[in-house]
Design a protein around this ligand. Structure first.
Ligand SMILES: [Zn+2]
Length: 171
C-alpha cells in the first residue's frame, strides 16, 4: 500500500536516504533535483502539463549531506538546522535555542520543546512560556524525520547558493 505511494530517494551516490510521498517525488523530478531511477511499469502520474511514469525510486542529482537519518537525538545544533536558523518568534536569523516551556518550569531538552531563536528574543522571553511572554510561535516545533531532514538538506543548498547580501537577515 504505502509502497505504491511512497518513493524511495537515493542520494547522488546511490545510497538510500529516505522515502517521500509521490507528490514530493514528482516535484523533485520536475525541479530537476532528482532523476527517476525506477518507475512503476503501468502507472502514470499527471503533474501540471506533463505526464510521467509513477516513480518508485528517484536519485538526487546532487549529493546532499543529511544531518540526521534515523530518529535523531536532540541537540542544539539539530534544532538550528531543523528551523533553518530562523527565529521562531520573529523569523530573523537565529543563533540560540529557546526552551518553549523554560527549564525552570520543567521544560525538557526535546525536539518538541525547543525552537531556534534570535538572541534578542531569547533574552526578552526569558523564563516564561510564549503565552506568559505574549510571544506567539510562528511555527510549531516538530521531531525531524529522515524525509524532512533530507528535504531540509536540499533546501539549505539553495539557501546557501544565494548571494551573501541576499542571505543576510533584513535587520
Ligand atoms: Zn527573534
Amino acid at each position: 500500500m504505502g509502497e505504491m505511494r511512497d518513493t524511495l530517494v537515493l542520494n547522488a551516490s546511490f545510497e538510500p536516504l529516505s522515502t517521500v510521498t509521490l507528490n514530493r517525488a514528482v516535484v523533485l523530478v520536475l525541479q530537476d533535483k532528482a532523476v527517476v531511477e525506477q518507475s512503476h511499469p503501468a502507472l502514470r502520474v499527471r503533474a501540471a502539463t506533463v505526464e510521467l511514469p509513477v516513480p518508485r525510486v528517484i536519485r538526487l542529482c546532487r549529493y546532499v549531506r543529511v544531518p540526521f537519518r534515523r530518529r535523531a537525538p536532540w541537540s542544539r545544533r539539530g534544532v538550528l538546522v531543523r528551523d533553518q536558523h530562523r527565529c521562531a518568534y520573529c523569523g530573523r536569523r537565529a543563533t540560540t535555542v529557546d526552551h518553549v516551556v523554560p527549564r525552570s518550569q520543567g521544560g525538557a531538552d526535546s525536539w518538541l520543546n525547543t525552537v531556534a531563536s534570535c538572541a534578542m528574543d531569547n533574552h526578552r522571553k526569558a523564563d516564561r512560556t510564549p503565552e506568559q511572554a505574549g510571544m506567539p510561535l510562528l511555527r510549531q516545533p516538530f521531531e525531524p524525520t529522515p524525509a524532512n531532514a533530507m528535504l531540509l538538506a536540499l533546501g539549505r543548498e539553495d539557501f546557501e547558493a544565494l548571494p551573501d547580501w541576499l542571505a543576510q537577515p533584513a535587520a
